[in-house]
Design a protein around this ligand. Structure first.
Ligand SMILES: Nc1nc2c(ncn2[C@@H]2O[C@H](COP(=O)(O)OP(=O)(O)O)[C@@H](O)[C@H]2O)c(=O)[nH]1
Ligand SMILES: [Mg+2]
Length: 198
C-alpha cells in the first residue's frame, strides 16, 4: 500500500469543555504524551506545517483539546491534540481539570479510530506508564512513538527499545521519530493509514 500523503492541515477548534467538541463526523486520531515530549513538533513534522502547533510553549493556565482537519491522499481525518500530562509546573487545579476532560473525550468519541502515544525515546516516566495502561483498557488501537530519536544513537537503539518496553510494561515495538531529521515519519504515516483503513 502506498504511504499516506498529507496535503494540508487546518485548525478547526480549541476546546476546554465537552460541549465545544466537533461533531464526530470524520474519523479521528488522538495524539497524547507528556508535556515537552515533542508532541507539537511531531504534529508539525507529520503535516509539513511548521507553525501549526506551537513548539516549546510552556503549558499555561488553560489546557485545551485542539482539533485539526487533515486532507490526505487517503481518507480525510481529524487529528486531535490532547493536552500534555505530567508537567510539574502546572498547578494541581489544572491537573484536576485535565483528567475529566480527557476521560470524557475518550469515552464520547465514537469516531475515534486510533491513538498515537508519544514517549521520550530516552526515558519513560511513571505518568507515561499510567497513561499507557489507561489507554490500553479502552481497547482503542494505539501506536507507540518514541520521540527525539536523534538523541539515541543507532548503537543504543536495542537497549532503548528494551527500556521503553520494560518501563511501560508493553511488548509494542515503538516507532522512533525525530521531528528534526524526519526519521520515522514515513513509518508513522504508513501506520496511520492502517489505523484509518481498519
Ligand atoms: N532533539 C530533538 N528535540 C525535539 C524534537 N522534537 C521536539 N524537540 C524539542 O523538545 C521541546 C518540546 O517540544 P514540543 O514540540 O513543544 O513538545 P510538547 O510540549 O510535547 O508539545 C522543544 O524544545 C523542541 O525543540 C526532536 O525530534 N528532537
Ligand atoms: Mg505542545
Amino acid at each position: 500500500m502506498a504511504a499516506l500523503k498529507i496535503y494540508s492541515a487546518e485548525f478547526k477548534a480549541s476546546c476546554g469543555a465537552v460541549e465545544q467538541f466537533l461533531k464526530p463526523t470524520l474519523p479521528e486520531i488522538a495524539i497524547v504524551g507528556r508535556s515537552n515530549v515533542g508532541k507539537s513538533s511531531a504534529i508539525n513534522c507529520l503535516v509539513n506545517h511548521k507553525g501549526l502547533a506551537k513548539v516549546g510553549k510552556t503549558p499555561g493556565k488553560t489546557q485545551t483539546i485542539n482539533f485539526f482537519q487533515i486532507e490526505t491522499s487517503g481518507p480525510r481525518f481529524i487529528l486531535v491534540d490532547l493536552p500534555g500530562y505530567g508537567f510539574a509546573k502546572v498547578p494541581d487545579r489544572i491537573q484536576q481539570l485535565w483528567a475529566p476532560l480527557i476521560e470524557t473525550f475518550f469515552k464520547s468519541r465514537t469516531n475515534l479510530c486510533g491513538v498515537i502515544m508519544l514517549v521520550d525515546s530516552r526515558r519513560v516516566q511513571d505518568s507515561d506508564r499510567d497513561m499507557m495502561a489507561w489507554i490500553s483498557q479502552l481497547h482503542i488501537p494505539m501506536m507507540l512513538v518514541a520521540t527525539k530519536a536523534d538523541k539515541v544513537t543507532r548503537g543504543n537503539r536495542k537497549r532503548a527499545v528494551r527500556e521503553l518496553q520494560e518501563g511501560l510494561g508493553v511488548e509494542d515495538e515503538p516507532i522512533f521519530l525525530s521531528a528534526y531529521t524526519g526519521e520515522g515519519k514515513h513509518q508513522l504515516l504508513n501506520r496511520l493509514r492502517e489505523l484509518l483503513d481498519s
